[in-house]
Design a protein around this ligand. Structure first.
Ligand code: FES
Length: 106
């Protein structure tokens, strides 16, 4: 199991056992993590699954693909660490990953 920690904008954190192969968005939705709406269901077409990858994990998670980058333009308060969580696949290398959920989505 790969552990992912979600920290909300007020600093409340929750660590979840994520299924490898699922996305970070699916992990959040299945576990009722607030702040991730995922309106399009993971099709990279809504930007309501926007998260900030923790600075320490940015390189390991990698850069968004160009389609994701285009969609991120619709997210609110985009930062250099912004990613769409439906485009991040859970894998053993990401064990311990920390993502921050934004105060509001798009
Ligand atoms: Fe819609 Fe990620 S769930 S872009």
């Amino acid at each position: 199991m790969t552990k992912i920690t979600f920290i909300d904008h007020e600093g409340a954190s929750r660590t979840i056992d994520a299924q490898d192969g699922a996305t970070v968005m699916e992990t959040a939705v299945r576990n009722g993590v607030p702040g991730i709406e995922a309106e399009c269901g993971g099709a990279c077409a809504c930007a309501t699954c926007h998260v900030y990858v923790d600075e320490a994990w940015k390189a390991k998670v990698g850069e968004p693909a160009s389609m994701e980058e285009d969609m991120l333009d619709f997210a609110y308060d985009v930062r250099p660490t912004s990613r769409l969580s439906c485009q991040i696949k859970v894998k053993p290398e990401l064990d311990g990953l920390v993502v921050h959920t934004p105060e509001r989505q798009a």
